[in-house]
Structures are given as structure tokens and as C-alpha cells.
Write a protein that binds this ligand. Structure first.
Ligand code: M6R
Length: 611
């Protein structure tokens, strides 16, 4: 969590850093701050609340013209979100300003030691302990580089830090362990940040910083060292193909609605290069060069959190059905603390949009310890999941900025479907008819979805007006729609704060149905498939208790409920790609109608990089 940026260049640092923070604000928004150095003094401005509060504060003061500095947008871990706990933090003598994302686990011992040496603390954070430890290190070392290394050798935990110091004008130091950090290499300017969008308007040349590395940037140079011994590290400069527009709202009210509408393109982008068209037959073939060297696994363990976990649950249906591979889908925060029985021949599949989710990374570590190879399914190029995986398949969804994940799930479903087809074919267990139908219809799916999205939005808007007063919702589905029911409920609760439960429709009568009354509506996934008759009976049971129903369904389906929301029917599992945006749009329109902060819901952050 938390967004950090450090800049050393030729432009005034404060406005550039604040702009960068705006593009990182999805990572945390409890408080924000910026620090620069001028005339041997640190200029520090911090504000409680969203970035707008910092902006407002900055508009009333004369900020420095300094061309280097650091900035932070916070998601609180240690210390309540008030100004004194906002970053940057200064050391006791106000010579160093540091920003920190992560948790210093042994901060209490270090703090006790520093207190005996006369250090006083102004905040409740673990971060302030680290900046003071670096200041202490400066007393024992002749350069700031050595002082930072000295201090980092003593801390345990996760961190991405960046700092400026009065005695080294023009230089920013940064380091990471288990928290994301990427360096941007510009012309006459260099950057460090938690994520690429922070500096995307200035450069697309990036260097991914690894755990245990320490970076020194100035306007004209950058160097990377091993933090423990300052051995120089050779790094590769990569050019990323994200464009600035992709990281902006592009005329939409919120990132979330923009990202929902991007889903047709996301499907096409995820398919690009992965379906080879045979010109004589016009039947495509799934090619996954990323995993061609790997035999299909005997068993698959999917590890993920939140929306990515729901995608994994959906993938289980197809991978078991088409590739005949048994699949266990694990919530990463549970998996990491179990002693799972992982047999030889199994593969761990880690799904993560950000590639920085702490629990998923810990799950990867455990699976590795137990001897499993790791396949990462991830959106962010060069992220920790990508780097920790033996094989990596990128979902190609482009930057997802809204905290509520939408298009990332669509891309994950596409990739999982491709995996099921690919393994099914390689094992020779998937019939040709299903294979070619799936490939062909997948290719046509983006245009069908694109044409339908405006009508879906209109329907979502209508229904959201009628149900925005509800205190609770059930989301019900069976088969491939059960994971979507979970996802629909998650979307509604995280952005509209309306309580919602996703359930397997058949489980209702084992307890939850007791909650149904005329004020407790149900959002049902009643699409045409072999399980529809079962869903229909479950809905009759809900109606018998006075519950109102919105049903996502298809043309020609007979269903007597309060609201039928008819989606065009596509082939088999592809119907999930039509239902998913409907669920997202209903949550979006409800939250927007209720005036909620759609892109930055309370208490949440985009990447959960702490436990
Ligand atoms: O980046 P990841 O896919 O690993 O993130 C996992 C979850 O934190 C994420 O999906 C979260 O549940 C979203 N807020 C859901 O909208």
C-alpha cells in the first residue's frame, strides 16, 4: 500500500511530485506529503486526508524551486491517519526526509535503542524509527550511501523507502524489500516510484528494482547497489508500452467506469499473439509460448486474493472440465499458513493483477519451498509475482487504477480460458468441436460485448435507482456463475458499502434463506445453462419468503421475477464475460448514485502489500 515517488531532475520538484502522487493515489489516501531541500534546509508539507488537502495547503504557501525531492500518499498501518503520522518523516535533527511503504517489524527494539541515545520521536510510525536509524548511521559512516546501507542491515520487515538529505543536494536514495519499486530513467532526470504511472508522462524507460537493492539517483546518473554490502548491480533498462492516456480517465467520471468499458479491448489484447489463425481452415489455435516448455500439470493449486481469487474459482470449472486437471483454489492468506499437501507434478498458479499482493507472494514462497514450480498470471510487467514465478503469463489489461478491480478480472478469465483450452488440447482430452467453437467465439466476443455495454449501463442505472436504499443483497449463482456471484457481492460492498453476500444458490436453504424478507433483495445469475432449472427453483424459494429478485438472464428464458435483465446469449462459458460487466455496472451505478467515492473507497488500497 502507500504510493511513493522520488525525483531528481531539472524541473521544480513539488508540482511534479504532487502530479505523480495523483497517479498513485489509488494506493492509499489517508494523508499525503512532499519534502524537498533548499539552502540546506528541508521543506516539508503534509496534510491529513486525500491529496486534495495537500494541494490546498500547497496553494497557500510559497513552495521551493528545488529540483529534487520525495512524496508519499499513505495507507495507514502504524499510527492513525493524522498529519503527524503522514510522510515524509524527518530525523530528529531535520537533516533527512524519508518516505516509506511497508512495515518495519523490529521498530520497537530499534526505537528503544535510539531513545537511549537521545532521539525523540514526533509520530507513532515505524517509519520515523528508520529515518532516525539512518541519521544515526550517518554519524558512523562518511557517506549517506553507507549510512543507508548500515541502517537497512539492521531492519526487518518490508519496505520501499526514498529519502533526501540536506548534505547531499540533488540526490535521492531509495531501497526496497518486499514492497514495490521501479526506477524511471529520463533525460536529465530520474525517478523512483511504487508504480510506473507516477512518472509515465516523462519516461517509458524503466528499471525494476529487486529486493535488497539500494538506488542512488541524481539528475544525470543512476546507480544500483546491493544494500547489504554496496556491491554494484548491473541492471537492464526496459521500455514499457503503456501510454499516458491509458493511465488517465479519458473523459470518464471515474477510472472504474472507464475500465469497465475497456473490457472488450482487454479481451482482444489478452488474445493477441495467443491465437494463431490457420488460413486454410480459418480455425485458430491457442499458442502459449510462455508455458510451451512446461508439461501440463497433474494438479493445479491456484493461489490468489479478492477478485483474483474469484477469477481462480471460475477457472477451476473450465480447467477441470476441458483439461481434466484437478484444481484447488486457495485464498492466499489461508494457504500461506497451512501445511498444504502438494504432490510432485503439481503446479502453483498465482493470480494477481498488481503482482504485489503480500499474501499471494507468501503463498508463492511456500509453494516454492515445497518444490512446486510457479506460474504467475499477472497484469503488471516486472512486478514481484512476475519475478518470483518460474513461468509468467501477462494478462495485458493495461494499467488498472480504480481500487475496485474490473477489467483485470476480465483479462484473468480470458487467460484462464486459454489455459484450459491449451492444456486440454495438449493432453488430447478436449474434443475438437468444443475447442474450435471456443476459439472462434472468443475472437468474436469483444465486438458483441462492446455493442452491449451502453445498454447494460442504462439498465444498471435504472435498477440502481430502485435498489439504492437496500441494506443488504444476496448474489446467487450456480456452476460458473457462483464465482461471479461472489464477485458481484464484493463489487457492491467495496464501493457502495451496502452489505452483500455471494452464495451458491443451492446453499440458500441451508441457512441464509432465513434472512430473506421483502427488504432483502437478491441478485440472481439465472442465465441459460444446464443448471438453470435448479437456479429457478432456488429463486422460487426466495420469492416464497417475499424476497424481490433481479435476474441476469437470456432471451427466451421463462422466469417470473421482479426484474429480468436480459443479456445477449453467447456460447457456453463465454456468457461469464457478458454477466461480469453487468455486475460491475450495477455496483458502479449504485455507488455513484449514492455519492460514494467510487475509485477510492474508504479503508481500501489498490495493492495490499502488507499482511
Ligand atoms: O492485485 P491483486 O489481484 O493481487 O489484488 C487482489 C485483491 O486485493 C483485489 O482483487 C481486491 O479484492 C480488489 N479491491 C477487488 O476489487
Amino acid at each position: 500500500m502507500c504510493g511513493i515517488i522520488g525525483y531528481a531532475g531539472h524541473r521544480p520538484a513539488v508540482p511534479l511530485i504532487v502530479e505523480g502522487l495523483r497517479r498513485l493515489e489509488y494506493r492509499g489516501y489517508d494523508s499525503a506529503g512532499v519534502a524537498t531541500v533548499q539552502n540546506k534546509e528541508i521543506d516539508l508539507v503534509r496534510a491529513e486526508g486525500k491529496l486534495a488537502a495537500l494541494d490546498e495547503k500547497l496553494s497557500h504557501i510559497n513552495v521551493t524551486n528545488s529540483t529534487f525531492g520525495v512524496g508519499h500518499t499513505r495507507w495507514a498501518t502504524h499510527g492513525v491517519p493524522v498529519e503527524k503520522n503522514a510522510h515524509p518523516h524527518l530525523d530528529h535533527d531535520k537533516n533527512i526526509a524519508m518516505i516509506h511503504n511497508g512495515i518495519i517489524e523490529n521498530y520497537q527494539e530499534i526505537k528503544a535503542e535510539l531513545v537511549t541515545k537521545g532521539y525523540e520521536f514526533r509520530s507513532d510510525t515505524d517509519s520515523e524509527v528508520l529515518v532516525n536509524l539512518i541519521a544515526e548511521g550517518r554519524k558512523h559512516n562518511d557517506t549517506m550511501l553507507k549510512a543507508v546501507s548500515w541502517a537497512l542491515n539492521q531492519v526487518e520487515g518490508a519496505y520501499a523507502i526514498a529519502l533526501v538529505a540536506v548534505d547531499e543536494p540533488g540526490t535521492v536514495y531509495a531501497a526496497r524489500v518486499s514492497s514495490p519499486m521501479v526506477m524511471g530513467v529520463g533525460v536529465g532526470e530520474n525517478f523512483v516510484a511504487s508504480d510506473i504511472p507516477a512518472f509515465l508522462p516523462y519516461t517509458r524507460k524503466v528499471v525494476f528494482i529487486e529486493d535488497g537493492e539500494l538506488v542512488k539517483i541524481t539528475s544525470s546518473s543512476w546507480e544500483v547497489f546491493r544494500a547489504e554490502n554496496l556491491a554494484p548491480v548491473e541492471k537492464e533498462v526496459q521500455t514499457i508500452n503503456w501510454d499516458v492516456q491509458a493511465a488517465q480517465k479519458g473523459g470518464h467520471k471515474h477510472f472504474m467506469i472507464k475500465e469497465i468499458f475497456e473490457q472488450p479491448k482487454v479481451i482482444s489484447d489478452c488474445l493477441a499473439g495467443r491465437i494463431n489463425i490457420n488460413s486454410s481452415t480459418d480455425i485458430g489455435e491457442v499458442v502459449l509460448p510462455e508455458i510451451s516448455a512446461m508439461e501440463p500439470p497433474e494438479r493445479l493449486h491456484i493461489i490468489a486474493c479478492g477478485t483474483s481469487y474469484h477469477a481462480g474459482l471460475w477457472g477451476k470449472y473450465l480447467i477441470e472440465q476441458w483439461a481434466k486437471i484437478p484444481v484447488d483454489v486457495e485464498i492466499a492468506s489461508e494457504f500461506r499458513y497451512r501445511d498444504p499437501l502438494l504432490s510432485k507434478g503439481s503446479l502453483a498458479l498465482a493470480i494477481s493483477q498488481s503482482g504485489e499482493t503480500a499474501d499471494t507472494l507468501a503463498g508463492i514462497k511456500l509453494a516454492k519451498q515445497k518444490g512446486l514450480p510457479i506460474l504467475g498470471l499477472c497484469n503488471v510487467v516486472g512486478s514481484s509475482v512476475a519475478r518470483e514465478s518460474d513461468y509468467i503469463m501477462y494478462t495485458q489489461a493495461g494499467p488498472e487504477i480504480s481500487v475496485a478491480s474490473t477489467k483485470a478480472m476480465c483479462s484473468q478469465l480470458t487467460a484462464l480460458l486459454l489455459l484450459a483450452l491449451y492444456w486440454g488440447k495438449r493432453k488430447g482430452v478436449l474434443d475438437e468441436e468444443t475447442y474450435s467453437r471456443a476459439v472462434q467465439d472468443l475472437r468474436n466476443l469483444p465486438s458483441i460485448l462492446d455493442a452491449e455495454l451502453p445498454a447494460m449501463r442504462a439498465r444498471a442505472k435504472e435498477l440502481s435507482r430502485e435498489y439504492s436504499e437496500a441494506n443488504s443483497f444476496f448474489y446467487l449463482g450456480r456452476g460458473q456463475y457462483f464465482p461471479l456471484a461472489l464477485e458481484g457481492a464484493l463489487k457492491l460492498k467495496e464501493i457502495s458499502y451496502i452489505h452483500a453476500e455471494g452464495y451458491a444458490a443451492g446453499e440458500m436453504k441451508h441457512g441464509p434463506i432465513a434472512l430473506i424478507d421483502p427488504k432483502f433483495p437478491t441478485f440472481a445469475m439465472a442465465l441459460k445453462d444446464e443448471l438453470f432449472p435448479k437456479v429457478k427453483s432456488n429463486l422460487v424459494e426466495v420469492q416464497a419468503r417475499g424476497g424481490e429478485i433481479i435476474a441476469l438472464t437470456n432471451p427466451g428464458v421463462e422466469l417470473d421475477v421482479e426484474h429480468r435483465w436480459i443479456l445477449p446469449e453467447v456460447w457456453g462459458p463465454l456468457n461469464a464475460f457478458m454477466a461480469l460487466p453487468a455486475l460491475q455496472l450495477f455496483a458502479y451505478e449504485t455507488a455513484d448514485y449514492l455519492g460514494k467515492d467510487v475509485d477510492q473507497p474508504r479503508n481500501l488500497a489498490k495493492s495490499v502489500t502488507v499482511e
